[in-house]
Design a protein around this ligand. Structure first.
Ligand code: SF4
Length: 139
């Protein structure tokens, strides 16, 4: 990561972002949201539901953990009137929009910016913060 820190990026001056909880990234087009076994346990505790029920209702096996099931319209099953698991949301959700695929070019970032109203204001993320989140998200 030290070597990556030295390289110039379009986000060298940092980026402001605060999630508006609009749900635009949790609904619509289908996608895969990975959930680790540890994250699954935290979700069950947060919902106050047995682990087996959470797995059966909301998740399906994916790689070495799970992925969240989606409704027919692409909505995340944990998304009701807002995210029902926000404090314990999976790493993939917690690190959005600072994903490698979004940050690999400024053009890609501008496209994501149009979809996410949380980008551009709110909490300041330095280059180091962004790189840390980026590496957190990579499985
Ligand atoms: S699109 Fe952006 S502002 Fe809306 S819920 Fe997702 S991260 Fe938050």
């Amino acid at each position: 990561m030290n070597q990556l820190d030295q390289r110039p990026y379009f986000f060298d001056a940092g980026i402001r972002f605060t999630c508006r909880r609009c749900g635009a990234c949790c609904t619509g087009a289908p996608g895969i949201v990975r959930v680790s076994a540890k994250e699954t346990e935290a979700i069950a505790v947060h919902l106050g539901e047995p682990l087996s029920r959470v797995i059966e209702t909301y998740l399906t096996v994916w790689e070495d953990g799970y992925r969240i099931k989606e409704a027919d319209d692409g909505r995340c099953l944990f998304f009701g009137d807002g995210c029902r698991i926000y404090p314990v949301r999976p790493t993939q959700c917690r690190t959005f929009p600072f994903w490698f695929r979004n940050l690999r070019s400024e053009a890609r970032w501008k496209a994501i910016q149009k979809e996410c109203p949380g980008i551009g204001s709110g909490q300041f993320y330095s280059k180091a913060d962004i790189l840390t989140l980026l590496f957190d998200e990579i499985p």
